[in-house]
Design a protein around this ligand. Structure first.
Ligand SMILES: Cc1cc2nc3c(=O)[nH]c(=O)nc-3n(C[C@H](O)[C@H](O)[C@H](O)COP(=O)(O)OP(=O)(O)OC[C@H]3O[C@@H](n4cnc5c(N)ncnc54)[C@H](O)[C@@H]3O)c2cc1C
Length: 463
């Protein structure tokens, strides 16, 4: 169940609030919900990742038990989410903005609400690091990206030389993935070895489209509006050289999302949340941590899920020992099948409907762009892009809520390359808002529904 702002009652004290919707958060929710604790889970939205967590940015997960043929990251997360909802977890689709661990019950702010809870599970995961090159900001989203899966299909990268920085599993996975789009992929590795698993390293080293540059570091990037050159230095010889690339993808590790609690909980020297060895208890009683936010070593979907389970069981025991647990009878078990990968049919001339709220493809875009007077929300997506998968249903809800006052269109940049090029799209998801053939707003990445609603309402007001 997803709660809207007005549905929350500020005086109520929750048994358990879980922050984060990766494998750790959702698994904790499944266990707590099955124990009739009716947990509230704050999914996160923009700060520190996207709903569903890091697996939303990967293509195929081949090592999660129960999927002998592998499963896409977004599908796996949809299934785990669905299981958490089925057993009665309440979701708040927003970022947790503040946490106060100095009072009991603990207090949190999210989506304009203050939420009180006897126990907390912090499962906020980790986010991709940046290199901090002198010109990095200038070329961010203009050639530099931290997500090959989201941005690899961008027209500017097609048949061009691309580079990936890093030597771990993510870097190798991204390098192999990018060979689908680039003419050649350069893997820039700081050391003499790949840190990736043996199987992954082998896939990269045997791929003729990938050049590995060992013991090499990036010094800077350059270009003219769009990235054109990567400036490198060999670590031993100190020899500098320039590599012509149109795309640069970072895969250089992660930083734990601890900003909300950094001054309140004990952290390890590397910034990860300190927990009792092998256990989820943090330095404050009633606060538990799970997943990548407290694990700098294993960092896997299954280890995050397992620690989410531990955190929920430990929190349940703690609530019971302190006579704080209020067991809440579940309503009838909600039947909740994981939503199948959503695939709206491409709108061709024979099924085009000027009144339809949501359509897909270039034909509908051209028709509505020229003929409709309503605001037009166009979302550019690419296949396997987890953030696109998160954003699309949010946009559809915005359009539905506006009851026909605005229209939505999806453009797959892989099948509609020309349109993406003309629209200047350099990563997915990108959303453009048009009215009367004029581009009024543009956003990149996952944003809260309220942002799109406000922008459309503004256009409607000025009409
Ligand atoms: C490209 C890539 C490929 C991978 N492939 C695999 C694989 O094949 N197999 C495997 O087992 N593992 C894989 N991993 C690792 C795996 O994704 C992580 O170990 C796992 O997702 C960690 O789960 P988590 O729940 O701890 O955190 P995350 O998945 O990082 O989720 C954290 C959650 O916290 C939320 N959050 C952050 N800040 C806030 C806030 N302020 N308020 C509310 N919510 C917040 C985020 O939105 C997110 O939902 C891969 C990772 C990457 C990056």
């Amino acid at each position: 169940m997803v709660l809207e702002k007005s549905e929350r009652q500020n005086e109520f004290i929750e048994n358990m609030v879980i922050i984060g919707s990766g494998p750790a958060g959702y698994t904790a929710a499944i266990y707590a919900a099955r124990a009739n604790l009716k947990p509230v889970l704050i999914t996160g939205f923009e700060s520190g990742g996207i709903p569903g967590g890091q697996l939303m940015t990967t293509t195929f997960v081949e090592n999660f038990p129960g999927f002998p043929d592998g499963v896409s990251g977004p599908e796996l997360m949809d299934r785990i989410k669905s299981q958490a909802i089925k057993w009665g977890t309440e979701l708040i689709e927003a970022d947790a903005e503040e946490i106060d661990l100095s009072t009991r019950p603990f207090k949190l702010k999210a989506d304009g609400n203050t939420i009180k809870s006897h126990s907390l599970i912090i499962a906020t995961g980790a986010r991709a690091n940046r290199l901090g090159l002198p010109n990095e900001e200038r070329f961010w989203s203009r050639g530099i990206s931290a997500c090959a899966i989201c941005d690899g299909a961008t027209p500017q990268f097609r048949k061009e030389e691309l580079a990936v920085i890093g030597g771990g599993d993510s870097a190798c996975e991204e390098a192999v993935y990018l060979t689908k789009y680039g003419s050649r992929v350069h893997l820039i590795v700081r050391s003499k070895h790949l840190k990736a698993s043996a199987a992954m390293a082998e896939r990269v080293m045997s791929n003729k489209m990938i050049n590995i540059h060992w013991e090499t570091k990036a010094l800077d990037v350059n270009g003219n509006g769009w990235l054109q050159q990567l400036h490198l230095i060999e670590r031993n010889t100190k020899q500098e050289r320039k590599l012509k690339v149109k795309g640069l993808f970072y895969a250089i590790g992660h930083t734990p999302n601890t900003e909300l609690v950094a001054t309140q909980l004990e952290l390890k020297t590397n910034g990860y949340i300190h927990t009792k060895p092998g256990r989820p208890e943090t330095s404050i009683k009633g606060v538990f941590a799970a997943g990548d936010v407290c694990d700098s070593e294993w960092r896997q979907g299954i280890t995050a899920a397992a620690s989410g389970c531990q955190a929920a069981l430990a929190a349940e025991q703690w609530l019971t020992r302190n006579s704080l647990a209020k067991l809440i009878d579940r309503d009838e078990k909600i039947e909740s099948n994981p939503s199948p990968p959503e695939n709206t049919e491409i709108t061709l001339q024979n099924i085009y409907d000027p009144k339809a709220l949501w359509q897909k493809g270039g034909f509908a875009l051209r028709k509505l762009y020229h003929e409709s007077t309503s605001p037009l929300l166009v979302v550019y997506t690419s296949p396997n892009c987890g953030p696109c998968h998160i954003l699309k249903p949010q946009l559809k809800r915005v359009i539905e809520d506006l009851k026909g006052l605005a229209k939505g269109i999806e453009i797959n940049i892989e099948s509609d390359q020309e349109i993406a090029k003309k629209a200047g799209i350099n990563g997915t998801p990108t959303v453009q808002l048009f009215q009367h053939k004029v581009l009024k707003n543009q956003w990149q990445g996952v944003k809260q529904r309220s942002i799109f609603k406000e922008a459309i309402n503004q256009l409607l007001k000025n009409k």
